[in-house]
Design a protein around this ligand. Structure first.
Ligand SMILES: Cc1cc2nc3c(=O)[nH]c(=O)nc-3n(C[C@H](O)[C@H](O)[C@H](O)COP(=O)(O)O)c2cc1C
Length: 211
């Protein structure tokens, strides 16, 4: 944890104290309710047009962990973490947009006409553009994954993202549909004592242009 994190607002303290956990204490178990709570927080992530173009598979059983571990090139954290979430981005979010935003009409935030133009704009942007569908699925799922990690930290848990897995094999083994991309794995549990501490970051002046 950095020296300023104790006096920082919680969100800033979290940013500076989060580490990617790759070594977890084994034998930590999560209930269905705990997993559902984590996913409810993940779903608070923003998405373009409020597409919410994501889905989640919680890999918790020993058999499912074993299968996913093999497809994640033997990464041990899949076996030891309480759960690993397959964060899935969906390509057809625009097909569900009306249902996503209709409650805003009921709440008086949007007129029927505004709802229709929101739906039309979304269809126009995505329907005939597979590349944009894919980009958007990866953007949304990545934000959901980050929000999931923030939620884990907020609940006193530890998490680690993983891109090291065979996406095609995960798609086949875990029954993903043709419009679903496994974007990231997020292992969640309790960090083991020998987990790596925070890693260094590149200096801001090397990375920032203000124009
Ligand atoms: C997209 C993505 C893929 C990653 N894949 C893996 C992975 O397969 N295995 C792993 O142990 N860590 C993985 N990491 C964790 C990174 O190694 C880690 O975020 C980075 O070294 C910085 O460390 P920190 O998050 O603790 O600051 C991944 C992180 C991201 C964002």
């Amino acid at each position: 944890m950095s020296s300023d994190s104790c006096s920082s607002p919680p969100a800033l303290a979290w940013i500076r104290s989060r580490v990617s956990t790759s070594r977890f204490e084994p034998n930590v178990e999560f209930s269905d309710d705990r997993i559902a709570e984590l996913i409810a927080y993940a779903c608070e992530a923003p998405s373009a047009y409020n597409l919410q173009n994501w889905r989640f598979i919680a890999v918790r059983s020993p058999a499912a962990k074993q299968k996913l571990c093999e497809l994640a090139y033997g990464q041990r954290q899949v076996l030891d973490a309480a759960v690993t979430i397959i964060v899935i981005g969906t390509l057809n979010g625009h097909e569900h947009i009306r249902a996503n935003i209709e409650p805003m009409v009921g709440a008086g935030l949007l007129s029927e006409q505004e709802l229709q133009s929101w739906v039309d704009d979304t269809q126009r942007d995505y329907e005939a553009d597979p590349r944009k569908q894919r980009d958007e699925a990866i953007r949304s799922a990545s934000l959901a994954a980050m929000t999931l990690m923030a939620a884990a930290q907020g609940l006193g848990l530890d998490s680690g993202p993983m891109g090291g897995f065979d996406a095609q094999a995960v798609q086949a083994e875990f029954g993903l549909g043709p419009a679903e991309i496994p974007v990231m794995l997020v292992a969640i549990g309790r960090a083991a004592a020998d987990n790596w501490p925070r890693k260094p970051r590149r200096p801001v002046p090397d990375l920032l242009s203000i124009v």
